[in-house]
Design a binder for this molecule. Structure first.
Ligand code: GAL
Length: 338
């Protein structure tokens, strides 16, 4: 009997404490979000960053909850990022949004977050599944790499079906291409490279690879590679397939320097400079994630985690913790002269 009373007392205490916790969260009128970017100078990440800032302001206005974003650049160093996370936690951030430097090395950040009880939204650089499964307050916002690649291949398949001569430039029945790849350790590079080519082959485009190389998402590295390829394979390249827009723009830079015209270039991201090149016809096409949704999913997910609320229905999660942003093909429209 005595034991039952003690148990009832303990349960009542737990109930009271948890109710207080809920009341405390309900009363929250401000949120502090710690954001660390793997590299602040990455074009796509920079685009997402500025939309994140807009979305945080929109959330603040709509909900009347003050949102403070503390955005840090890890400058390509996992150690720096780990220290930034330590600082975020010491400053009582309610939630963290982390664009990992090394996606295989999330353990220090997860340990720190779990100890402090601070939820984490990873984005763009996906932690391995084993890490994601360590805690139920870990989320990921990104883009499905296989879907991106299939869309990238599909845009050329559609064009080839419509007018083969715009893809097979010399009309010899073979489309010769070069491939520009992102960082080797990035989940997107390998999958995009493999599946874009597969989509082209499956779609019946007679492609043949000339060469390819890793340019780590960077315009200048891609430009240097393309310069070499233009010299090594003069008048041969018909298509440049790039894992992202920045490297596609690098290839375009090299062609402009070498005064080579007519080669089709396709990218991924729909970044601001990418869209500009698309508009003026230098870039044939790109696959663009819906960046408004990408950034709002991060902000909404972060805020609902911090406030202990359910995530709004517009952002359905797959496998409990993943939000996959919708994406679309954007292709250069050849405007007929009126
Ligand atoms: C990719 C994107 C690249 C680069 C990279 C950084 O998804 O296409 O341009 O931003 O993420 O992790």
């Amino acid at each position: 009997m005595g034991k039952i009373k003690i148990l009832a007392f303990v349960l009542a205490c737990i109930f009271l404490v948890s109710c207080q916790g809920v009341r405390k969260e309900e009363e929250k009128t401000s949120l502090r979000i710690g954001i660390s970017l793997y590299r602040g100078d990455d074009t796509f990440i920079n685009n997402i960053r500025s939309i994140l800032e807009d979305k945080a302001k929109e959330y603040e206005l709509e909900k009347g909850i003050k949102v403070t974003l503390d955005i840090q650049d890890a400058k390509g160093s996992q150690n720096t990022q780990n220290t930034q996370v330590e600082r975020f936690i010491s400053l009582d951030c309610d939630v963290l949004c982390i664009n990992l430097v090394d996606r295989m090395d999330a353990s220090v950040i997860i340990d720190q977050a779990m100890t402090a009880g601070v939820p984490v939204i990873f984005f763009n650089r996906q932690p391995v599944e084993e890490d994601m499964n360590r805690w139920d307050k870990l989320y990921y916002v990104g883009v499905d790499a296989k879907e991106t690649a299939i869309l990238q291949g599909q845009m050329v398949v559609d064009l080839y079906e419509e007018s083969p001569e715009t893809v097979d430039l010399n009309g010899d029945g073979v489309v010769r291409y070069v491939m520009l790849e992102g960082e080797t350790s990035h989940q997107d590079s390998l999958i995009r490279t493999e599946w874009s080519v597969k989509a082209l082959k499956d779609g019946g485009v007679p492609i043949e690879k000339i060469t390819g190389g890793i340019a780590n998402w960077e315009r200048s590295q891609a430009s240097a590679l393309m310069e070499q390829w233009l010299t090594a394979y003069p008048d041969t390249i018909e298509l440049v397939i790039s894992n992202n827009d920045d490297m596609a723009l690098g290839a375009i830079d090299a062609m402009e320097r070498a005064q080579v015209t007519g080669v089709n270039v396709i990218g991924i991201d729909g970044t601001t400079p990418g869209l500009e090149a698309l508009e003026n016809g230098k870039l044939l096409g790109t696959v663009s994630a819906n960046k408004e949704l990408y950034a709002s999913a991060i902000v909404e997910l972060a805020a609902s985690c911090a406030l202990g609320q359910a995530l709004p229905e517009e952002y359905p999660l797959t496998d409990g913790n993943y939000y996959w942003t919708p994406q679309e093909i954007l292709i250069h429209e050849i405007k007929e002269n009126p």
